[in-house]
Design a binder for this molecule. Structure first.
Ligand SMILES: Nc1nc2c(c(=O)[nH]1)N[C@H]1C(S)=C(S)[C@@H](COP(=O)(O)O)O[C@H]1N2
Ligand SMILES: [Mo]
Length: 309
C-alpha cells in the first residue's frame, strides 16, 4: 500500500504507447467505440483520483489485461472474450436495484456513475485457477451507491446478476452454466472500501472483454466473485446462490477469499503464475486475502476459513 505522490507515473507512462495505439485501432475496427460518444470519457475517469488503496506493484499491460480473460458468456477459451465480446452493445445500459432498499428502481448507467467520484485503484487480481495480474481499474466504492439507494436494516447480503443476451453473448447458447451468471457478497463485504464497481481501466472505458460497462471488483477474493456486465443488484436477507458454487459446491464456496493455506481440491493455492512474468519468471507466493488482510481480515474473525472457503 502507498500514497500516490506528485510525479508518480501516469497510465501513459506505465503502458507502452504502442499498446494504446494498437488498442485504439482494434476498437475502431470492431466498431466498439460506441461508448466513446458521451458516456465514454466519463466512464474512463480521465480525471480519476489516485487512491491510498492502490498497490505499488507494476500493472500488467493493457494488452495482457484485455487478451487473457475469463468471460464464459463469450466462450470457454482465454482468448474468446477478446475475439467475441466486441459485438456486445453496452450503450444504453441500465441497472435494476431492488430488494431491501429504500429507493428501488431501474437506473440508467449515467445516473449511477455521474454523482460518483471516480478513482484509480491499482489492485492485485488473483484467479482461482492460480494466475494473477495487477490491474489499474477506474471505479467507485460500491458502498457509495448502496448508501445512495438506502440499505434497509434487514438487509444482510447483496446479489448481483450479469446481462442475459444470448444474441450477443454466444456462450449463453451453450450449456455448462445456468445463465445468467450470478454472484453475491455479505453486506459488510459489499460495504468494505476496497469493494468497487469499475467502469474503466487504464484510461479506457471498461473493455467489453473485461465486463463493460460496469463490473464488480473484490480484490481479496478469487476472480470469479468479480462479476462482469452487471444489470441487477439486489439486497437480500438470505445468502444468495452463486454461479460457481452451484456448479461445483465442493470446489467453489460463497466466500472464495484468496487463501494460500486452503487448496482447491484439484490444485494448490499456495503459489500463482503472474501473467507477464515470462517463461523464467517463476511462480510467486500467494498472499492471504491476496495481500489485503489489513483491510479485510477482521470481517472473518472467528470463522473457520476451511469450512467457509
Ligand atoms: N459474468 C461473468 N463474470 C465473470 C466471469 C464470467 O465468466 N462471467 N468470470 C470471472 C472470472 S473466473 C474471473 S478470473 C474474472 C476475470 O476478469 P478479467 O477477464 O477482467 O481478468 O471475471 C469473473 N467475472
Ligand atoms: Mo477466475
Amino acid at each position: 500500500m502507498r500514497k500516490i505522490r506528485p510525479g508518480d507515473p501516469t497510465w501513459a507512462d506505465v503502458t507502452p504507447k504502442a499498446d494504446f495505439l494498437n488498442r485504439r485501432q482494434l476498437m475502431a475496427g470492431a466498431g466498439a467505440l460506441a461508448l466513446g460518444s458521451i458516456a465514454g470519457p466519463a466512464l474512463a475517469g480521465l480525471d480519476a483520483k489516485p487512491s491510498k488503496y492502490s498497490t505499488d506493484a507494476k500493472p500488467n499491460t493493457l494488452k495482457q489485461i484485455t487478451s487473457y480473460n475469463n468471460f464464459y458468456e463469450f466462450g470457454w477459451g482465454k482468448t474468446d472474450p477478446e475475439q467475441y465480446a466486441g459485438q456486445l452493445v453496452t450503450d444504453p445500459w441500465s441497472v435494476e436495484i431492488g430488494g431491501l432498499v429504500d429507493k428501488p428502481g431501474t437506473y440508467g448507467l449515467e445516473d449511477i456513475v455521474k454523482p460518483e467520484t471516480l478513482e484509480q485503484r491499482i489492485y492485485r487480481f488473483r484467479c482461482v485457477e492460480a494466475w494473477s495480474m495487477v490491474i489499474p481499474w477506474v471505479g467507485f466504492e460500491l458502498a457509495d451507491l448502496l448508501k445512495r439507494v438506502g440499505v434497509q436494516p434487514s438487509a444482510k447480503y447483496v446479489a448481483f446478476t450479469t446481462l442475459y443476451r444470448p444474441s450477443q453473448m454466444p456462450g449463453q447458447k451453450q450449456g455448462g452454466i445456468d445463465w445468467p451468471y450470478i454472484e453475491g457478497l455479505r453486506l459488510d463485504e459489499a460495504m468494505n472500501p476496497l469493494t468497487i464497481l469499475a467502469t474503466g481501466l487504464y484510461d479506457e472505458p471498461m473493455p467489453n472483454q473485461n465486463g463493460a460497462p460496469i463490473r464488480l471488483i473484490v480484490p481479496w477474493k478469487y476472480g470469479f466473485k468479480s462479476i462482469k456486465s452487471i444489470v441487477k443488484i439486489e439486497l437480500t436477507d438470505k445468502q444468495p446462490p452463486t454461479t460457481w458454487n452451484i456448479l461445483a459446491p465442493n470446489e467453489y464456496g460463497f466466500y472464495a477469499n484468496v487463501n494460500p493455506t486452503v487448496d482447491h481440491p484439484r490444485w494448490s493455492q499456495a503459489t500463482e503464475r503472474h501473467i507477464g512474468a515470462g517463461l523464467f519468471g517463476g511462480r510467486q507466493k500467494t498472499l492471504m486475502f491476496n495481500g489485503y488482510g489489513d483491510e479485510v481480515a477482521s470481517m472473518y474473525q472467528g470463522m473457520d476459513l476451511r469450512k467457509f472457503y
